[in-house]
Design a protein around this ligand. Structure first.
Ligand SMILES: Nc1nc2c(c(=O)[nH]1)N[C@H]1C(S)=C(S)[C@@H](COP(=O)(O)OP(=O)(O)OC[C@H]3O[C@@H](n4cnc5c(N)ncnc54)[C@H](O)[C@@H]3O)O[C@H]1N2
Ligand code: MOO
Length: 458
């Protein structure tokens, strides 16, 4: 039988990977951030700005609350009128009417008078407290039979008996009881959000409530993902020997989505120098940042490293980190930043976390560029990566019966993958909830040791 021999391509005249600069992860990140520029800010309607990053401090346009208003459904009173009121000896007050939320009626209360007032409705200027309806007795029977009747008057549909004419107050109140004072939350001109803050749901709604309709923000950078590798096949394809499903583009899209970047152009190309060069020229001219995976190793087909060697502002580095050692990073002649990450899926994910995420957030002017570092207890021992920062995918566990809010020190972590076989272990990585960061001097980790971790899954 004739032997099948795979064709041996002529080895390209590749730049010597040993020439790559050896750097610590901290030095590499510092090199990147020192060169990163922020994208231009834009004025956007607040409604369209969720997820963007503020490019200026924002102050309240008016007080919060805007006017004194009721915190409860009940009766706005002059608190002195309720003095001594108890269930046994209630105080009777005359009901002048009702102020609903949205009403601009400001009735004047004389001694012995009150008005029904609903939560959020402006407190009459002459009232200084609210008695919630539960602490009163009305002058009507609870309208049990008409509870669900569409024809019943609004107050009759309530579970509680309201008063139309005279209410019996069964508990004394002091000035300010159940009143939300004007400006008690934020005053006009108070800082509500800072430049560099992301417009989260809570922050955007705070600005809306404080009278802000437009904001100067930095939107998400435009990002392209380029994956290279002849073995990579579309999801669902029949796989021949040597072929694998292409998973890094989904990984990168997911990581970008976690940075608030959801519109991502994805391109795939073979390990062919001319095609890679053409793709980089096109993507680099039309995006702020290009992330690639694969082809940065010393192999004969590792064309990304070869093509990028011609880029004067891109440098090849060997980062003292495991995984994620080979990287090519910098600005393409075409304009965009490029992060050429290793093809191994976990190496690519770790590289994204350490370098791409901070770069993207710096571009957007974010105040915090990296995820917060936490402390956890190692729930198992594992081999370290002496001389390099070890970034180990971990699963978090908590004590079987944790306290209601477990302190960071109660967080425990277990390797999600074998510590010596991390870079390709895409399956184990799928269960990871974060990474343990073990310093280059630490060596092996022993059960019970305290380690630094970042949490990527809430
Ligand atoms: N002789 C040496 N070999 C290698 C070294 C070295 O120093 N000397 N470094 C190793 C390290 S560390 C890394 S990391 C990788 C870097 O490899 P590349 O960036 O060139 O990546 P590839 O060779 O293209 O692929 C590596 C691996 O990942 C799989 N892969 C790639 N792309 C995808 C994708 N889109 N979806 C799923 N899987 C993907 C690919 O099939 C390979 O298994 O080099 C080591 N070698
Ligand atoms: O440095 Mo590589 O990224 O370990 O696999």
């Amino acid at each position: 039988m004739e032997e099948q021999v795979a064709p041996t391509p002529a080895a390209p005249a590749a730049p010597d990977p040993a020439q790559a600069v050896a750097v610590t992860p901290e030095a590499h990140l510092a090199w990147v951030l020192a060169r990163m520029t922020q994208i231009a800010p834009r004025l956007l309607p607040l409604e369209d700005a969720l997820g963007t990053v503020l490019a200026e401090d924002v102050r309240a346009a008016h007080p919060l609350p805007l006017w004194a208003n009721s915190a409860m459904d009940g009766y706005a009173v002059r608190s002195g009128d309720t003095s001594g009121a108890t269930p046994e000896q209630p105080v009777a007050l005359t009901v002048l009417g009702e102020v609903a939320a949205g009403s601009d009626w400001d009735p004047h209360l004389n001694p012995g008078e009150c008005v029904r007032v609903m939560t959020g409705a402006p407190l009459p200027t002459s009232a200084d407290a609210v008695v919630r309806v539960e602490r009163t007795r009305g002058d009507r029977e609870r309208a049990a039979s008409s509870t669900h009747s569409a024809l019943a008057p609004a107050h009759a549909r309530s579970e509680l008996a309201w008063a139309d004419h005279t209410v019996q107050i069964t508990e004394a109140v002091t000035p300010g009881t159940d009143v939300r004072a004007r400006g008690e939350d934020r005053d006009a001109g108070d800082l509500v959000a800072r430049s560099g803050d992301s417009l989260t749901a809570a922050r955007a709604s705070a600005l809306a409530a404080a009278g802000i309709a437009e904001v100067l923000v930095r939107e998400a950078p435009s990002v392209a993902v380029l994956v290279t590798g002849a073995e990579l096949q579309p999801l669902g394809a029949q796989l021949s020997r040597g072929q694998i499903p292409e998973s890094n583009s989904l990984l990168m899209r997911g990581l970008l989505a976690e940075c608030g970047i959801t519109r991502v152009h994805v391109a795939r190309c073979p390990d062919d120098e001319a095609t890679v060069r053409a793709q980089l020229a096109k993507l680099g001219a039309t995006h702020d940042l290009v992330v690639t995976t694969g082809g940065v190793g010393p192999g004969t087909r590792d064309v990304m490293r070869i093509v990028l060697a011609d880029e004067p502002e891109v440098r090849a580095v060997r980062v003292a980190v495991r995984p994620g050692q080979p990287q090519c990073t910098g600005r393409l002649t075409a304009g965009a930043w490029i992060f050429a990450l290793p093809g191994n899926p976990v190496s690519a994910a770790v590289s994204f976390e350490l370098f791409v995420r901070p770069a993207l957030r710096t571009m957007q002017g974010c105040a915090d560029t990296s995820r917060p570092r936490l402390r956890a207890t190692a729930a198992a021992s594992w081999r370290g990566a002496t001389g390099r920062l070890q970034v180990l995918p971990v699963i978090f566990t908590q004590d079987p019966e944790p306290s209601i809010a477990p302190a960071a020190s109660e967080l425990r972590c277990l390797p999600a993958v074998h510590a010596g076989r991390v870079s390709h272990s895409v399956g184990g990585h799928g269960a990871a909830e974060g990474y343990a960061l073990v310093g280059p001097e630490t060596g092996d980790v022993h059960e019970g040791d305290q380690v630094t971790v970042i949490r990527v899954v809430a």
